[in-house]
Write a protein that binds this ligand. Structure first.
Ligand code: IMP
Length: 432
């Protein structure tokens, strides 16, 4: 049975839950390998809606072991808020495993995220304000705090002291904030220690042993390809590797064990936060996509920027992730449009670019080259087979497949779990 990586192929919020639903009960482990509580997915439990930011989606499926891998940064307060929220709703989260090598988002990381953004002024990134960047910066600077440190009080105190030495200078002298004491940080973090203890383990070992036993592991990427710190629209990115390679480094499972890589893409494009987005619409079509697609952030509530499908972006996603399949979501949002533009290339100062320009200034100057495809007016939410879709909707999907350079294996046609057309089995072994 395979190891499957699931990543966002655009700028996030593509609806990865839809792909997870298709894989359903056939998965034994769901692993979050990057990011933190900057992510967000809304889940429906009975008649209640609940937003999860940090916990892997597998937490809701009985029999699935949810895993927070070493590549994640954890806000312990948020972790236990989400766990308690689930317990109140009758969900048992006790199967959750947390890597002892995952980093902690210390309270000062949140403060620094917000003051840094304020000081960046018009160059701000538009972060979610959850302390993600500063937590990863500490990890890379080797002054981060790891989950395992909670179980060695002296080490924890020393590490916090080391981290605060610099940060207090910054907070007090540059940002005009009050200094933070070692004890206040340590006390807050140690308050979670005992509750967390049964979940903490070497998750790399657990996952590799599960694969040895032939169990199925789903690696669920947070954020998305274009927000990846290496491959995205730097500096307007998150601070982790949201592309498929991050699944290996963020979990301790080697690349040769991965069987398939599924990219999730919306049938159009959205983005939150700052940074370039060539197909962004500022007219009534943009409003239309936002209204019909309910494009407002789960984490911050911000209205998402909306635009047409950008095949330069998804073609890039196919390449840098090695996508084997695309799950196309929200096709129904396009119903009723007379014609649908698809961006197939960019014009950068009069030069046609087939591939994504890696130069920041070129990307910022890119304007879309569109092909126009005929739309459809029929309600498609009842479609379950590809042939149930109107011919023009089928043509639209096939055109996207071609320009994105990857087969489209499933198509979301409505918000419900069952509102999906599956073309190819997503749990296939390599090369099938
Ligand atoms: P950070 O991850 O909070 O540092 O934010 C960096 C950028 O990534 C900002 O543009 C955020 O809006 C964006 N971002 C972070 N997480 C998500 C997500 O889950 N979906 C969409 N955008 C995100």
């Amino acid at each position: 049975m395979p190891a499957v990586v699931l990543v966002g192929a655009q700028w996030g919020d593509e609806g990865k839950g839809k792909a997870t639903d298709v894989l359903g009960s056939r998965v034994d482990y769901v692993v979050k390998f990057n990011g933190g509580n900057n992510a967000g997915h809304t889940v429906v439990i009975g008649d209640q809606k609940f937003a999860l930011h940090l916990l892997p989606s597998g937490i809701l499926t009985p029999g699935v072991t949810p895993v927070i891998g070493n590549g994640v940064v954890i806000d312990l307060n948020v972790l236990f808020q989400e766990i308690d929220g689930l317990i109140e709703r009758g969900v048992d989260p006790s199967a959750l495993l947390v890597s002892s090598a995952a980093h902690i988002i210390a309270p000062y990381a949140r403060t620094l995220d917000n003051v840094t953004e304020r000081f960046l002024g018009k160059r701000k990134i538009g972060t979610t304000g959850r302390g993600i960047g500063p937590a990863y910066a500490d990890k890379i600077n080797r002054v981060g705090l790891r989950i395992g440190d909670l179980y060695n009080e002296q080490l924890l105190h020393d590490k916090i002291e080391g981290a605060l030495e610099q940060k207090n200078h910054l907070l007090v002298k540059v940002y005009n904030r009050r200094a933070i004491t070692v004890d206040e940080v340590a006390d807050e973090l140690l308050g979670y220690r005992d509750r967390l203890a049964p979940m903490v383990t070497d998750t790399s070992l657990v996952l590799n042993q599960a694969l040895d036993r032939g169990e199925t592991v789903l690696f669920e990427g947070g954020q998305a390809t274009m927000l990846d710190v290496d491959h995205g629209t730097y500096p307007f990115v998150t601070s982790s590797n949201a592309t498929a390679g991050g699944a290996c480094t963020g979990s301790g499972v080697g690349p040769a064990r991965i069987d398939s890589v599924i990219g999730v893409a919306k049938a159009y494009t959205t983005r939150v936060g700052e940074g370039p987005m060539p197909t962004e619409l500022f007219d009534e079509f943009g409003e239309h996509l936002r209204d019909v697609g309910h494009e407002f952030g789960t984490t911050t509530g911000r209205p998402r920027r909306c635009g047409w499908y950008d095949a330069v972006v998804t073609r890039f996603a196919t390449r840098v992730n090695g996508l084997t399949d695309i799950v196309l979501t929200k096709l129904d949002v396009l119903t009723g449009l007379e014609e649908i533009p698809v961006c197939v290339a960019y014009d950068v100062n009069g030069v046609r670019h087939q591939e994504l320009p890696i130069d920041q200034a070129d990307f910022a100057a890119a304007t879309p080259v569109y092909e126009y495809l005929p739309g459809w007016s029929e309600d498609i939410t009842g479609a379950r087979e590809f042939s149930d879709l109107p011919q023009t909707a089928q043509d639209y999907v096939m055109a996207l497949e071609k320009v994105s350079n990857c087969r489209i294996s499933a198509i979301g046609v409505g918000p419900g779990r069952e509102e999906i057309v599956v073309n190819h089995d997503l749990l296939h072994a390599r090369g099938e």
